[in-house]
Ligand binder design. Sequence first.
Ligand SMILES: Nc1ncnc2c1ncn2[C@@H]1O[C@H](COP(=O)(O)OP(=O)(O)OP(=O)(O)O)[C@@H](O)[C@H]1O
Length: 601
Amino acid sequence: MSVIGVQGEERHDFTPEESRQIRRRSLRLLGSLLRPERKRVAISIAVIVISTAFQVAGPALIAIGIDQGLPALMKQDWMPLALAGGAYLFTGVAGAALISWYTVLSARISQAILIDLRTRVFLHTQRLSLEFHESYTSGRIISRQTSDLDSIRELLDEGINNLIRGVLYMGFIAVALFWLDWVSGVVLMCSLVPLFFLTRWFQRRSQTLFRRSRVASARLIVKFVETMTGIRAVKAFRVEKRNEKEFGDLTEDYRDVNARVIQLFGVFDPSLVLIGNVTVGIVLLVGGFRVIEGQLAIGVLLAALLYTRRFFDPIEEMAMFYNSYQSAAAALEKISGVLEEEPGVLDPAKPVDLWSAKGRVRFEDVEFAYRADRMILPRFDLDIPAGQTIALVGSTGAGKSTLAKLISRFYDPTDGRVSLDGIDLRDLHPKDLRRAIVMVTQEAYLFSGSVADNIAIGRPGASMDEIIHAAQAVGADDFIRGLPNGYDTDVNKRGGRVSAGQRQLISFARAFLADPAVLILDEATSSLDIPSERLVQEALQTLLADRTAVIIAHRLSTVAIADRVLVMENGRIVEDGSPDELIDGTGRFAQLHAAWRDSLV
Ligand SMILES: Nc1ncnc2c1ncn2[C@@H]1O[C@H](COP(=O)(O)OP(=O)(O)OP(=O)(O)O)[C@@H](O)[C@H]1O
């Protein structure tokens, strides 16, 4: 099995080589994100090193002030104290200024990286073919853009900052302490032993708990989204009670795991404080004796105590780093997998020009399967002359939509070729292809914006008159004028909500405006009521007059306007003829038609 692209997401049983492959992919992505920021990264590292050194200088300067400044002052020499005090003030102010600079710098770096990554994910997923989206689902894409990017943001904004600052701070403190008084330094180093065991215990426990917490919160979100997107079915089948129980259970799981996280901190935090206090106590005890015996200056003891106390400050945040690193690494793995996916339908390297398509569509020795193990369209040929209107009928799952998707080049055939005016669709520039072939689906999706904007998508730059003309041609003008702001009504605002049938009329107007050589209507009239459908059928006759059309229809009334009917069964065309021929015959279509006519009586 492969780990290329998103396929690895479903698996947990990676071989060491596969794990390395995934890690390398994440690192490559991280490297490519960091590269443009390398200058800022270098400056920010220099800034944080200097500012931490300034911060750590404080207690040493206090020691100098007490041990050298005060005795000199008693001899009327105020210079050493003034120097120590001045240096303390300077390092304090300069340290604060540098930290503020570092905060701005690091925020800029993380924002630049996130914007880059967010844009890459968006542009890339938009570029991927329908094949990818049909199997990957929008829920997972949304997670990549939201929670995964959030984990990376958390790591960049807090995790890495805390780690770098913490490591530098502790390192400088250890060096300063050894330089001032090595005995206190040794005591501090001894405290690292219990600290190491405590942190390791915390990390192990928290790693499992945080992972469980993430899973529990993801489950809650999935349940919520599923319920709300299917709210009609929820109400229609009265599953509210069952949902209430399931949601309650999930909330309880989430609460339980979070309670355990809090308990964990309840042990970790006080233990950390305890180790810190005991260490300070020992430094005080050992140092105190040495001060009495004249082996240690009192200022140095004070500085040693301050250093020891401060040494423990960043540990909690550093212990948390591992968790944020882990969730960000998992997120980066998934995002780099999506970015590694290649569109199944590739743009041609050398496109063949097609200025004005006539509309002849041919399938030559075409075979198609979504997955290697299940053939959907066994080898077949089909010739649709330019200007012909085809009605495609057949039972559910026969392969009608698949045929339409091949003509639109949402997919490429597994074998053979689909051509337009003799040119393989794979050789056409996407722009020419989209201008020549337009598909209107049952879903009739409307984008946010006005009704006019939605129609204009058919031909960007169309004038208002052309938009209105298109709407009139498909019989949509009347209802659009009846909307609160007519053509300017926002389709996503209250009052602008349009019915499923009206949405289809708008997408018809869009297709009319696009004026393609080949028009495919996939169940596109199914949401229309009988009068609207009649209206559209009249409009369709004008609309389809000069172009090739493939109409997939369950309603046999639509078939009347076709020149030719194709009946599909199990991916094969089993009948092919004019509507009258087929109705008069004894085949599948004649049966279907008779049943349909009876149902009308
Ligand atoms: N994205 C996909 N991945 C895998 N199999 C698919 C996919 N889309 C469709 N199929 C399968 O291909 C077969 C043909 O589906 P298709 O949608 O073309 O049928 P149809 O004739 O349009 O059906 P309907 O009238 O119900 O829309 C079905 O068996 C379906 O399960």
